[in-house]
Design a protein around this ligand. Structure first.
Ligand code: SGN
Ligand code: CA
Length: 520
């Protein structure tokens, strides 16, 4: 029996509405997809690792404890806009048309996306937060997005009526807007799907007023590869522009402003006097101390790494509180039993591994993105999954969860059987990757490749023609290209063959023809 909740409310039945709701909607679950921006799995305590005790994420961990943690969720093109387009369409970048952030036409919102299909099937859909696709969202009953990358303090938002400024800290504002929407959606009589996309912890890592001093005196363990010299690897690794030592800026990135008027060059100039005062109380002593010390060489790199993590992890602490608020809201409103909650990042991120920050590469820290899914009553609490899943699977998964037919032109696979603990025997054993944004920020060369459980074969193209092969079992830190090692000759040949097959399968076999320069 389907009960119209508007009628129920009009009859004074509001007190029992939540339980009626969970009964009526039991076949069609609600879905909340929470995605942060650049949240490394190394910075989620449910994933373990050396930051686990020192910077825990107890609320995000609740999703892992009640659901499934994916250890190998791989992205197809490790950069924001393209990842978002893949998630919406279930198609690789070359087919959905959004290949890079820079020099890229806006996302074609007239194409098929999973929110449109859910909406057509009767779902109430919303998109709140960072969108980053150039055009306005389509397929949503409600949307309220940050323009471009958005700002941390007193950010602007765009909704159907235009642009408006919201006072406060971006992570908290996105949370409040989301809870407000959920509060309305819960009595709309329709199942809902919310995409709640945080800006944090994106560069330039500006912590909120409630987390400013959280890590200011904490010393974080350094990754083993912080001082990587890129020997045993190729031109691409040696020529990138994303090191903590050279690329990370003392002023804009680490906020060590000697000259306060320079503050105007960043989003920090949006702070009101009260926010500014709270900020100065924490940062002024750090800045003073830094300029007194006059650090150079490795000591300066070490200082930068510490400052970077202090701010980055403080941004994440606010995201973690946000997740806690959403989970509490679901419980308090009787929605927790029939709502699937997903936590993910748009891609992975470097926290000093290889001396880097940022993403883009097919190496583990940027290629792997965190993914936690709680499907009440279905996913085994605390389960850990090692299957090769991908952000290209999300669209089909959401449709399948909602009982909506999956279009045949989507390129991933529904993870529903995986979530039920029954991974199909023909689940992918190889994953295809393709990154395009070069020349561009951080100068990571264009590359594509194949990854299996044990190996990665990568081709850097466009202005160079270099192949690399990594044995991630023997060399988990990916420090040694073994492409020319005779011991790997047959592995290499097998991977080349499989790579060509994947390129055909995903209709990307003309990659070199599109590369502008002939390949030697
Ligand atoms: C900005 C950042 C880059 C970052 C890109 C893409 N520079 O350009 O460091 O790689 O965004 O990030 S900043 O000085 O403006 O912070 S993405 O997550 O949106 O793909
Ligand atoms: Ca990102």
């Amino acid at each position: 029996m389907k009960i119209n909740l508007t009628v129920a409310a009009a009859l004074g039945l509001t007190a029992i509405a939540p339980s009626l709701y969970s009964q009526t909607a039991s076949q069609r679950p609600n879905i909340i997809y929470i995605m942060s921006d650049d949240h490394a799995y190394q910075a989620i305590s449910a994933y373990g690792g050396p930051l686990k005790e020192i910077a825990p994420t107890p609320n995000i961990d609740r999703i892992a404890a009640n659901g499934m943690r994916f250890n190998r969720c791989l992205v197809t093109n490790s950069i924001s806009g393209p990842c978002r387009a893949v998630i919406l369409t279930g198609k690789y970048s070359h087919l959905n048309g959004f290949v890079a952030n820079e020099r890229q036409p806006p996302f074609d919102g007239s194409q098929q996306t999973f929110p449109k299909l859910l909406q057509a099937a009767g779902y109430n859909t919303a998109m709140i937060g960072k969108w980053h696709l150039g055009s306005n969202p389509t397929g949503f009953n409600y949307w309220d997005i940050l323009p471009g990358q958005g700002n941390y303090y007193n950010p602007d938002f765009i909704d159907k009526d235009g642009q408006h400024l919201e006072k406060g800290y971006v992570t908290e504002i996105i949370t409040d807007k989301s809870i407000q929407w959920l509060n309305e959606a819960k009595s709309s009589g329709k199942p809902f799907m919310l995409m709640m996309h945080h800006k944090a912890p994106h560069r330039e890592w500006q912590p909120g007023p409630n987390e400013l001093s959280l890590y200011k005196n904490v010393k974080f363990p350094e990754p083993a590869t912080l001082f990587d010299d890129y020997s045993n690897r190729g031109t691409a690794e040696k020529r990138q522009d994303m090191t903590i030592s050279k690329t990370m800026r003392i002023e804009e990135d680490l906020k060590m402003y000697k000259d306060r008027s320079k503050m105007k060059t960043t989003g920090l100039n949006r702070m009101d006097p009260e926010q500014q005062k709270a900020w100065d109380n924490v940062y002024d002593p750090i800045i003073r101390h830094f300029y007194e010390e006059n650090l150079t060489g490795d000591e300066l790199v070490r200082f930068k790494y510490q400052r970077y993590l202090q701010d980055y992890l403080a941004c994440i602490a606010a995201v973690d509180k946000s997740v806690g608020k959403v989970l509490d809201f679901l419980k308090e409103n009787g929605l927790d039993k029939n709502t699937i909650v997903i936590y993910a990042s748009d891609q992975g991120f470097y926290l000093g591994e290889h001396g880097w920050f940022d993403k883009r590469w097919m190496f583990e820290q940027s290629y792997r993105t965190p993914l936690l899914i709680e499907w009440p009553g279905i996913t085994k609490p605390g389960s850990i999954n090692e299957d090769m899943v991908s952000n290209i699977d999300l669209a089909e998964t959401f449709l399948d969860l909602a009982g909506v037919k999956v279009p045949s032109d989507m390129q991933g696979s529904s993870m529903v059987p995986v979530l039920k603990g029954k991974t199909p025997s023909d689940w992918r054993k190889e994953h295809y990757y393709h990154y395009y944004e070069y020349p561009g920020s951080h100068m990571v060369k264009r590359h594509y490749g194949i990854s299996t459980e044990r190996y990665k074969l990568i081709h850097y193209y466009y202005d160079i023609d270099e192949w690399e092969l990594y044995d991630i079992k023997a060399d988990p830190d990916e420090m040694k290209n073994v492409y020319n090692d005779p011991a790997y000759a047959s592995v290499k040949a097998g991977l080349h063959e499989k790579l060509l097959k994947l390129m055909e399968k995903y209709k990307d076999s003309d990659v070199l023809a599109k590369s502008f320069l002939p390949v030697k």
